[in-house]
Design a binder for this molecule. Structure first.
Ligand code: GLN
Length: 535
């Protein structure tokens, strides 16, 4: 089958959930046996989101090949189980960088380099590259931002051209918002009409409209929108607020989104029956779970829960597979101290100490870890969380009062956890981050090896600093064991205090690897331990 290209654009306002809709459609097509991938174009000038503060766009998601990407890629992986790569997230900055590099190399043979055709050609090349490279049946491309923004114009123009070139093999889904005016008790379609008109002015007639709404759309509204926007009434689909994003594929399936896509792209739906049982079972279990498990997450970006998206989703998935509702409490690490920590954390069944960068809020993480270690609460330290676990242990058990990390820029006289710059650091546009998937060998007989059910695993990384191996023996003697290491460099990847119920820190980020149908084994093990510890 020739590759079909599906574009998902958004209008009226941002944050309508284009990522979830794209991921849901991918899931539905996948459940009919198609090979699908999803890509995100972000209209900002940053070359990648690696340098963005989490307050800007939420968590930075890391692909196996070590690209720092938009958090929507996390949704794509969690929904579809496919592994994305650097080709799945392209920003305006990257497009321009490629074009300028080509210009400097003389590739344009002296021509004037312009937005049309050079920038748009580069965008088109990136869209088609995915389909051609891995032979996908469907490539879904989500265009970030809202139609009409100056930044997204070159992307929309590239979509217009591709539709012309690819004919039936290319369709456009436009997601808009239908506001409810409480005083008039009415849903209003005017913003949708305007948004579609704007898209049409840019030369694109959407094939399918998905309307985000807080109230059921009536048949009348669907007819009206269809009539004003030149689409058939069944191609006007509602995306109503649901309690879990994982219900969205099922809601889309009920309205035949996948069938309409197949019909529009000329693929006979009846030859590709759908089987979405595994997903349905998950959603069923999610809804049926009554008992809770309370997890406290200690981090410094708690005002914006999106900053910990992959962690909260991984926890939620593991809770569902343990037939529990996740009762997540976020604690601001700047507000936690030795005096109030007990009051704050005493009702938690398990504690997660979050990843992060820099000094701010670090002392609160130490306070939380000291409390958790001394009260034997199941605790999971991720990346900076693991580094804090090590430092807290050095300070309070080994007696190195000035143990620290170079990153903290304080009191680094004593080199105890002078977490050194990673030897294997790779250059990332001038950065020195160790990024992407690396192997880790786990010690047999440990909780971690038991959780994974094997001793050689692969997980993703995003860090600069690491455990200083010189102190390894001392830690082990005092009870904190190094139970996972990189087989090539010996870098400490996992620490554990085996005498406690569950006290594990990982230098890597297992949350990036947790999907709806394949929850991460370490999260599963942690949540189980938290349930066993239930207060
Ligand atoms: N800031 C720490 C480092 O760079 C930890 C990074 C993280 O938590 N992702 O090593």
């Amino acid at each position: 089958m020739e590759t079909k290209y599906i574009f998902v654009t958004g209008g009226v306002v941002s944050s309508l959930g284009k990522g979830i809709i794209s991921a849901s459609l991918a899931k539905l097509l996948q459940s009919r046996g198609f090979k699908v991938t999803i890509q995100k174009f972000d209209p900002y000038i940053n070359v990648d989101p690696g340098t963005l503060n989490p307050y800007e766009h939420g968590e930075c998601y890391v692909t196996v090949d070590g690209k720092e990407t938009d958090l929507d890629l996390g949704h794509y992986e969690r929904f579809t189980n496919i592994r994305t790569t650097r080709a799945n997230n392209i920003t305006t900055g990257r497009i321009y960088q490629n074009v300028i590099d080509k210009e400097r190399r003389g590739d344009y043979l002296g021509k004037t380099v312009q937005i049309i055709p050079h920038i748009t050609d580069e965008i088109k090349r990136n869209v088609k590259h995915l389909g051609i490279k891995d032979g996908y049946d469907f490539v879904i491309t989500e265009i970030g931002g809202t139609v009409g923004d100056i930044e997204s114009l070159p992307f929309v123009e590239a979509v217009r051209q591709l539709r012309w070139e690819l004919g039936k093999n290319c369709i456009c889904i436009h997601l808009t918002y239908v506001p409810y005016i409480a005083a008039a008790k009415e849903l209003k379609t005017k913003p949708t009409q305007h948004s579609v008109k704007q898209l049409q002015e840019l030369g694109i007639q959407p094939d399918i409209l998905i309307l985000r709404t807080e109230h059921e759309l009536t048949a009348d509204i669907r007819r009206k929108v269809a009539q004003f926007c030149n689409v058939s009434p069944e191609a006007v689909i509602q995306s109503i607020d649901v309690s879990s994003i994982y219900e969205v594929p099922l809601k889309m399936q009920q309205q035949k989104l996948d069938e309409i896509v197949l019909k529009t792209t000329g693929v006979p739906a009846e030859e590709h029956p759908s089987d979405i049982t595994g997903w349905k079972n998950f959603v069923e279990r999610l809804k049926c779970a009554k008992e809770t498990v309370s997890i406290g997450l200690v981090g410094k970006y708690v005002e914006l829960p999106d900053a910990y998206k992959s962690i909260t989703e991984a926890l939620m998935q593991s809770a569902v597979y343990n037939d529990r509702k996740l009762d997540l409490h976020l604690f601001h690490s700047e507000k936690v101290n030795d005096q109030n920590v007990e009051e704050m954390l005493k009702d938690m069944d398990g504690i997660i100490v979050a990843p992060g960068f820099g000094q701010r809020g670090i002392e609160g993480k130490f306070a939380a870890l000291k409390y958790a270690r001394e009260h034997d609460v199941p605790t999971f330290g991720i990346c900076l969380g693991m580094q804090c676990m090590v430092i807290e242990f050095a300070r309070n058990v080994l007696g190195y009062q000035d143990a620290n990390s170079t990153e903290m820029e304080v009191n680094t006289k004593h080199p105890v956890i002078d977490l050194m710059e990673s030897q294997k650091s790779i250059s990332n546009m001038g950065g020195t981050m160790r990024l992407g998937e690396y192997e880790c060998r786990l010690k047999e007989g440990t909780k971690v090896a038991e959780a994974y059910g094997k001793s050689l695993i692969k997980e993703r990384h995003r860090h600069r600093f690491e455990f200083n191996g010189e102190y390894r023996e001392e830690f082990e003697k005092a009870g904190m064991k190094c139970v996972g290491e990189n087989p090539e460099t010996g870098l400490v990847e996992v620490v554990e205090i085996p005498t406690l119920k569950w006290f594990v820190g990982t230098q890597y980020h297992p949350e990036y690897n947790s999907t709806v149908l394949n929850p991460n084994p370490l999260f599963m093990s942690f949540v189980k331990a938290a349930i066993a510890n239930k207060k």
